[in-house]
Design a protein around this ligand. Structure first.
Ligand SMILES: Cc1cc2nc3c(=O)[nH]c(=O)nc-3n(C[C@H](O)[C@H](O)[C@H](O)COP(=O)(O)O)c2cc1C
Length: 366
């Protein structure tokens, strides 16, 4: 009996298996015009292929809650009706093929306004047709090559909280059945959480309570519009990879902070913590390799009651099965391996003796 292919129930939503597609920016939406930020044929093919491949839940890439919150001008967005309608085509297909449609809502903070990663190595675009000045908790640039953001006022903060809720309402109307708040990778919420990026002296900075206030306000606002019976997920960078490294004098968000915060997120209605790491500090020494982030998920799972997702260099069927069967995480999220092998879930099901879910027109392939 494969545990990887056992269903997972979060609130009233049952996800058919624990192989989930990690959110992955495609930088392929129109940067302007009426279809700005709307999913197009590329996004449809990208997500539909993983549904055909048997993925239990697919997370749409970081989707901006405002135009200024996009990482690049080519990001998806969900602040208008046209975008909402276009997402409907994606969610319908995923639903029809047994994949739970989920979306990651995001604000990029000081890391907004950059080129696509494959153009000028993702250089900042501060001005010109597509550029803008990013906002952040404090006026600190990521590194010498990055734009210096404007420090957000209390009104700016409240506006972004509202925008997260409005996008969540649109996500629900578009047919999504799980929503993920992007609190990781050095984007806006992560910037508020970490003492490395949050130097504020008002109620949104300073102590752990101050630095976590914005994230909890976003979660509360999203929870208030998201149905009781459907889950809210939160992606966290479990560590900035600073404080835990004795050779790095910089202070950042730590794995201990993550465990403490996981309990609060759970109390505020978050159902699953999607445990990633990094992205908030330049030149942080990151330990990578197969399962490199699983220990963070495992710790949260052991020390709290919240469900957890594990992500990062999970590529093999037996590797994924072990993570779930040993109780280290409740779901695995696959990123790059699913780009290489969109039908990974069905292939893994066959390898583990579970039932692949090939669509009827493919029955001769089985
Ligand atoms: C092309 C690409 C785009 C990504 N975009 C996002 C994103 O939109 N949101 C996010 O939280 N992580 C993003 N990530 C990180 C992945 O979700 C995942 O956490 C990471 O790739 C590690 O998993 P893997 O080793 O299976 O690829 C991206 C990764 C890749 C490769």
């Amino acid at each position: 009996m494969s545990e990887l292919f056992a269903p997972l129930t979060l609130r009233s939503l049952t996800v058919p298996n624990r192989v989930w597609m990690a959110p992955m920016c495609q930088y392929s939406a129109a940067p302007d015009g009426p279809d700005q930020g709307a999913p197009n044929d590329w996004h449809f093919a990208h997500l539909a292929a993983r549904a055909v491949g048997g993925t239990g839940l697919a997370l749409v890439e970081a989707t901006g809650v405002t135009p200024e919150g996009r990482i690049s001008p080519y990001d998806l967005g969900l602040w208008n009706s046209r975008q909402q309608e276009a997402f409907g085509r994606v969610t319908r297909f995923l639903d029809e093929h047994g994949t739970v449609p989920a979306i990651q809502l995001a604000h990029a903070g000081r890391k907004a306004a950059t080129e696509r990663t494959w153009v000028d190595r993702g250089a900042p675009i501060g001005s010109g047709t597509y550029g803008w000045q990013p906002q952040a908790p404090s006026a600190l640039a990521f590194d010498d090559a990055s734009l210096t953001p404007q420090e957000m006022t209390a009104e700016d903060i409240q506006l972004v909280v509202r925008r997260f809720a409005e996008s969540a309402e649109r996500a629900l109307a578009a047919g999504f059945r799980a929503v993920e708040v992007h609190g990781a990778h050095g984007y806006l919420i992560n910037e508020f959480l970490s003492p490395f990026t949050n130097r504020r002296t008002d109620a949104y900075g300073g102590s752990f309570e101050g630095r976590t206030r914005f994230a909890l306000e976003v979660v509360d606002a999203v929870r208030a519009v998201w149905p009781e019976e459907l889950p809210v997920l939160f992606r966290i960078s479990a560590t900035d990879w600073l404080t835990e490294n004795p050779e790095d004098p910089r202070e950042g968000w730590t794995a201990d902070d993550t465990v403490r915060f996981a309990k609060e997120l759970h109390a505020h209605g978050v159902d699953l913590l999607d445990t990633s790491t990094g992205g908030n500090a330049p030149k942080a020494r990151i330990t990578t390799g197969p399962n490199y982030q699983v220990p963070f998920a495992e710790r949260v799972k052991q020390e709290t009651d919240i469900a957890v997702g594990a992500v990062g260099e999970i590529t093999g069927a037996r590797q994924a099965e072990e993570i779930i069967a040993s109780g280290r995480a409740d779901a695995v999220l696959l990123g790059r391996e699913l780009l290489r092998r969109p039908y990974w879930a069905n292939e893994a099901a066959a390898e583990l003796g579970a039932e692949p879910t090939w669509p009827d027109p493919y029955h001769r392939a089985v």
